[in-house]
Design a protein around this ligand. Structure first.
Ligand SMILES: [Zn+2]
Length: 442
């Protein structure tokens, strides 16, 4: 029997969480003789969609093309998440390598995998119905079908309808399982394993990220999330056991970024409006004729100078604000700077990096400094988007026939993950910036 690969990305899981999980029964059972990477450095910007594109392609953001979570900011589409693979990802991903190896493939809520031709069982990360569509069982099925779920995949989705959120979009700090897609996601993973045993299955769960945004990086709510995570791991172990694939599965838990607490949020767009470079539309978003617009990455901010005659003036203004030391950012990078330092590029012109205390909001309306609330997923008590060296770091822990047992190595990059997974499948990923982490392989 050939080896299976299961990769679970627990959004915003950090090294400290692994130490706690080592005391929980299912993680203990699963990862008793694991291999672990103590610190895994993500990319810049350290945000979910670019980071997951890097984890699945082995490339930095400038090469794979996902330069932000959402599309170029316009009045109409602001914010508008990337959904379809073909919409933005410019390089080969792990699924293409898996297909070369003759594997069956599955993905559950991995970002930007909509209609990916190399995924056999595709439950795309997708929260939206068509405008005017009623929230019914058929509309949910249609939404997933539009994003690439075939009839076999819909059978797995059908089995988990009772795990879909009944209170979507709730803003309370006391996040419950009926308010997120995470319980549904874990159910779909188990159904796909029991029904089809895909050779390569990747999945993405956001519970810890949501809890940290709302409550801060370490607290009892996050610990509750880790306890639920251990319960879910038990469900997945059981499904693998029932399907007869547990011993042959390479089981990997990774994450995309950490988080850091912050104490205030600042609206760069308000500064640009005060300079006369931006006009706020009636919905608080910049009008189409705005000359300078910012797009928040949480604890960094991308700035688009649409009127290129203003480039130098905007740059000088940002440098002056940075030198003042009170405007929430410590570094001003040009696109050329972040390309050289971090391999990040895109249609923006500048990036400002947090001073360590400040996060950025897209809002165009005064006052410039806003209170902290839960109106935006990036703006609760903790967030990410800062330079990848900062804060608690993402995780990598793995067990299975391809991995060495009881081995810990100190450091790797998230862009090393996809080439390493492809290597396990007997494939290489020639476009990847990362390397095969041979030290952890049996
Ligand atoms: Zn994330």
């Amino acid at each position: 029997m050939k080896q299976k690969l299961f990769v679970l990305s627990m959004d915003a899981m950090v090294e400290e969480d692994i130490e706690y999980l080592k005391t929980r029964p299912n993680f203990q059972r699963l990862m008793e003789h694991c291999c672990q990477i103590k610190k895994v450095q993500t990319i810049y910007p350290s945000i979910t969609y670019p980071a997951h594109a890097s984890m699945i392609t082995g490339c930095r953001a400038g090469k794979h093309g996902v330069y932000n979570n959402t599309k170029y900011p316009t009045e109409k589409t602001y914010p508008d998440w990337y959904i379809d693979t073909s919409e933005i990802i410019k390089v080969e991903d792990l699924f293409a390598a898996a297909k070369r190896a003759g594997c069956t493939t599955g993905a559950v809520y991995w970002p930007i995998m909509g209609n990916n031709p190399n995924i056999d069982y595709n439950v795309n990360e997708y929260f939206f119905y068509e405008k005017g569509e009623a929230d019914t069982r058929e509309s949910v099925r249609n939404a997933f079908r539009r994003m690439g779920a075939n009839d076999d995949t819909l059978k797995a989705i059908d089995e988990n309808f009772d795990r879909l959120p009944t209170e979507r979009g709730a803003k309370s700090a006391n996040l419950r399982l009926n308010q997120t897609f995470d319980h549904f996601i874990m159910g779909c993973i188990c159904s796909l394993i029991r029904r089809y045993q895909p050779d390569v299955l990747v999945a993405h769960n956001c519970l810890l990220d949501s809890l940290r945004h709302r409550n801060g990086i370490f607290n009892d709510k996050v610990t509750w999330g880790l306890d639920i995570t251990d319960y879910w791991l038990g469900e997945i172990i059981d499904s693998m056991y029932d399907a007869g694939v547990l011993d042959d599965t390479n089981f990997v838990i990774i994450s995309d970024h950490g988080q850091m607490n912050f104490s205030r949020r600042l609206k760069m767009n308000v500064l640009f409006a005060r300079k006369g470079w931006l006009t706020a539309g009636p919905n608080g978003k910049p009008t189409a004729d705005s000359k300078v617009v910012s797009q928040s990455n949480g604890m960094s901010d991308s700035i688009y100078v649409r009127d290129k005659s203003l480039l130098k003036e905007v740059h000088d203004y940002l440098l002056k604000l940075s030198a003042d030391g009170v405007w929430g950012f410590s570094d001003v990078f040009t696109t050329a700077d972040v390309e050289k330092l971090y391999g990040w590029s895109g249609p923006f012109d500048f990036v400002v990096e947090t001073d360590g205390y400040t996060t950025f909001s897209d809002d165009c309306r005064e006052p410039m400094i806003a209170g902290i609330d839960l109106s935006d997923y990036r703006l609760g008590k903790a967030t990410h988007g800062y330079r990848p060296e900062k804060g608690p770091q993402p995780v990598f822990v793995a067990t299975g026939p391809a991995f060495r047992k009881d081995v810990t190595i100190p450091f790797a990059y998230t862009i090393d993950e996809a080439p390493t997974f492809a290597h396990i499948l007997g494939q290489s990923m020639p476009q990847a910036d990362g390397r095969v982490i041979t030290e952890i392989l049996a």
